[in-house]
Design a protein around this ligand. Structure first.
Ligand SMILES: [Zn+2]
Length: 217
């Protein structure tokens, strides 16, 4: 990949600025995939973070200037060639966060459900033992403990079921938010619950008319 940048119309990225040379700079990728900005002997120079350069590795966070006033937006330059690798890289975090939160919702609900279901049994046992011990021969206490022994598990099962019923709603909310964010940076198509690592192996947007590339070669 080589993107020619300058004022002449036959450049890949045409810049309309009187201080920019006809063939000002060139953007390529070096062997390990890093972006390399090369000044093509321009009259007014190419600057990265304020320093004049001849050849320099650049990343989207660098401030790039052509001549003395034109600021070059690296991700815009790449996008002009359907290269959405910068935007696509940001989707990794969105996917990882989604999975992390999904697991969190499931495991915290499972834990609460289990507590609700098992606590009453433990409680009943405890109450039963103490009442049985203290209230030997007392029919009211005995009746009371029997009542708790029957009711507590029912309540526990009810609460447990109620808790696990919350899961689908919470997961749905999470999935809805994910669907808005995990999209092709160019056409906005939802990319599905496909891991980021699998998507990057496909190298481009699944929508044929989109042509957005996620990996540039
Ligand atoms: Zn797309």
């Amino acid at each position: 990949m080589t993107i020619k940048i300058g004022k002449a119309n036959d450049n890949d990225y045409v810049v309309n600025d009187s201080h920019v040379s006809r063939r000002h700079a060139q953007l390529t990728r070096d062997v390990d995939g890093c972006l390399l900005l090369i000044d093509m002997d321009s009259a007014n120079g190419t600057y990265v973070n304020g320093s004049r350069i001849v050849k320099k590795r650049v990343s989207p966070t660098d401030v790039i200037r052509l001549g003395d006033r034109y600021s070059l937006n690296l991700s815009e330059v790449l996008k002009s060639r359907n290269d959405y690798s910068v935007e696509f890289a940001a989707l990794r975090e969105i996917y990882d966060k989604y999975i992390e939160q999904k697991v969190k919702i499931q495991s915290s609900n499972q834990f609460k459900t289990r507590v609700f279901q098992s606590l009453p049994f433990a409680l009943t046992g405890l109450i039963g033992i103490s009442i049985g011990f203290m209230g030997k021969g007392n029919p009211i206490l005995w009746g009371g403990s029997l009542f708790i022994a029957i009711c507590a598990p029912v309540v526990g099962i009810y609460l447990g079921a109620k808790q696990s019923a919350k899961i689908p709603g919470q997961l749905q909310d999470l999935a809805n938010r994910f669907k808005i964010k995990y999209v092709c940076p160019k056409c906005g198509t939802f990319l599905g619950e496909i891991p980021w690592e699998s998507l990057i192996n496909k190298k481009q947007c699944p929508v044929p008319s989109c042509k957005a590339k996620w990996v540039d070669e």
